[in-house]
Design a binder for this molecule. Structure first.
Ligand code: MG
Length: 253
C-alpha cells in the first residue's frame, strides 16, 4: 500500500494511492489502513512529506564503497547520529543552501518508519516493528561535518531531510535498487543488500539505547557516489517500489 500526505483545496489529508487516484483511508496511522472513498486525482494535489516523523535516527558509513570514497574506515559497529524533525521537507520542496556551508552534498537513502514501539528488540523480530518505507535525502554540509567533529550542524539544518514521495507498506527491504540523480545524471546506484549492517541489525542496535516509537524514522545510510549540489540543481532519490523524491536547491538566507 502506498500512503500519501497531501494538500487539496486548502486542507491536508492522508490518502491511499492506487494508480493515479487517491482514496481516503479507513483507520489511523500507525495501524493497518483500508481504502475508503475516492478523494482526488494525484495531479490535483500538492504532495507533502508523507508523515511528520518523531525522532530521526541516522546511520553513517553503512555502505563499504561510500566509507572508502570519503577516506573513512568501515565502522566496527553502526555509527549513529540524529537529525531534528525541523529538517524535514516534502517532495518538490526546496533544499535551502545555507550561507554557513560551501560544500553541500546529497545522500540518497532508504528510510524506514516505525509502526510499533521497539525497545531492545532482537534482529529476528525487528522488522515486525516497521510500518513502512520511504525515500530520504540525508543532505549534508560536508565542510561542517569535518570542521565540527560532531554532525549536528552538518546534518541538521532546516530543509536537510527531504522525505517521500510516499510511505510504502508491505515492501521487502532486503534487496531494493537505490539511485540518486543530479540534474538527471545518475550519481549513486546500489542495492540495499550491500548495506554493511542490515535493517534488522540496525534496529536491534539502535533500540538497545533508544526506544523507537510509532512515527520515528531511521535513515539507513547512503551508497557511494555522494557529491556537491549547487543552487539551481535538481536532485532525485529513487528507491525501487517506493518512487522518486525530487527536490531543487535554492539559496538559503
Ligand atoms: Mg547519510
Amino acid at each position: 500500500m502506498k500512503i500519501a500526505r497531501y494538500r487539496h483545496q486548502g486542507q491536508i489529508f492522508f490518502g491511499i494511492l492506487e494508480g493515479d487516484d487517491l482514496y481516503a483511508p479507513y483507520g489511523t496511522l500507525w495501524e493497518p489502513l483500508s481504502r475508503g472513498r475516492f478523494a482526488a486525482r494525484l495531479d490535483e494535489v500538492e504532495l507533502l512529506a508523507p508523515f511528520i516523523p518523531g525522532k530521526i535516527v541516522c546511520v553513517g558509513r553503512n555502505y563499504r564503497e561510500h566509507a572508502a570514497e570519503l577516506g573513512n574506515e568501515v565502522p566496527a559497529e553502526p555509527l549513529l547520529f540524529l537529525k531534528p524533525p525541523s529538517s524535514v521537507i516534502g517532495p518538490n520542496d526546496a533544499i535551502h543552501y545555507p550561507p554557513v556551508t560551501s560544500n553541500l552534498h546529497f545522500e540518497g537513502e532508504l528510510a524506514l518508519v516505525i509502526g510499533r514501539q521497539a525497545r531492545r528488540v532482537r534482529p529476528d523480530e525487528a522488522l515486525d516493528h516497521v510500518f513502512g518505507y520511504t525515500c530520504a535525502n540525508d543532505v549534508t554540509a560536508r565542510d561542517l561535518q569535518k570542521k565540527d567533529g560532531q554532525w549536528t550542524r552538518a546534518k541538521g539544518c532546516d530543509t536537510f531531510c527531504p522525505l517521500g514521495p510516499y510511505l510504502v507498506t508491505d515492501l521487502d527491504p532486503t534487496r531494493l535498487q537505490i539511485e540518486t540523480r543530479l540534474n538527471g545524471e545518475l550519481r549513486q546506484q546500489s542495492t540495499t543488500d550491500l548495506l554493511i549492517f542490515n535493517l534488522p541489525t540496525l534496529l536491534s542496535y539502535i533500540t538497545q539505547v533508544i526506544t523507537l516509537e510509532p512515527g520515528d524514522l531511521v535513515l539507513t545510510g547512503t551508497p557511494a557516489g555522494v557529491g556537491p549540489m549547487h543552487v539551481g540543481d535538481s536532485v532525485e532519490v529513487t528507491v525501487e517500489g517506493i518512487g522518486t523524491l525530487r527536490n531543487t536547491v535554492v539559496r538559503g538566507e
